[in-house]
Design a protein around this ligand. Structure first.
Ligand code: DC
Length: 203
């Protein structure tokens, strides 16, 4: 069984994907981490994430980078959103994601284009979303909990900018697959969202 979980930044898709992975005993890949790793690798090499050739040259990053706490930062998220429109970057990360999805026994992947591009034949597809203000509130709380002092308005502006970039790029934009179940978590707690996600997978 392959489960595709897509959705915008801070929608709760990661939390839901991890809970589904535990529930169904499936391996899970957070594909945003791959783009974050490329974004951070570009910044550390002194490059500009908007430079397609430079970003493409940083896709063969060391595996250990995927466990670097710096990938969780807003800086990494923003850089990821800037390297991800480049077709060459998407192509370089494609096989790795497809191979993960194709492993015997199945897998669960979360990202932006899992149900549309990476695993179009997935057994179940979820599109997890929430209103931008709610997503910003959750992200702001998370950042404050990590001791990072950012204003709510700055987080909301960042979420809106990321939505704009992720949804309007030409290559594999963030879009709900026709056969995906929409899960709006705006007015749901974490537990209710997980119960709804399991019901949507339907097995
Ligand atoms: O899910 P996230 O916030 O960690 O993703 C960071 C960025 O990576 C996001 O703004 C767009 C990009 N991304 C993508 O283009 N395709 C994916 N499958 C996952 C992430």
């Amino acid at each position: 069984m392959v489960i595709a979980v897509d959705g915008p930044a801070a929608s709760g898709k990661g939390t839901i994907a991890r809970a589904l992975a535990r529930h169904y005993g499936l391996p899970h890949l957070d594909t945003g981490l791959l783009y974050r790793a490329v974004g951070i690798a570009v910044l550390r090499a002194g490059g500009d994430p908007s430079d397609a050739a430079f970003a493409a040259g940083r896709c063969a990053f060391d595996e250990t980078l995927l466990t670097d706490p710096a990938l969780k930062s807003e800086e990494a998220g923003s850089a990821a959103s800037r390297v991800s429109p480049h077709p060459a970057v998407r192509a370089a990360l494609l096989e790795r994601q497809r191979a993960f999805a194709a492993q015997p026994g199945g897998a669960i992947l979360d990202g932006r284009d899992i149900g549309t591009v990476i695993a179009p034949n997935a057994t179940a597809k979820l599109f997890v979303t929430a209103r931008p203000e709610i997503r910003a509130e959750r992200r702001h709380r998370e950042l404050s909990g990590m001791g990072l002092d950012t204003s709510f308005d700055a987080v909301l502006a960042d979420i809106r900018a990321r939505d704009e970039r992720d949804s309007n790029r030409a290559a594999s934009p963030l879009i709900q697959a026709e056969d995906a179940v929409l899960l709006d978590t705006s007015d749901m707690g974490v537990e209710a969202a997980i119960v709804a996600a399991i019901a949507a997978v339907g097995r």
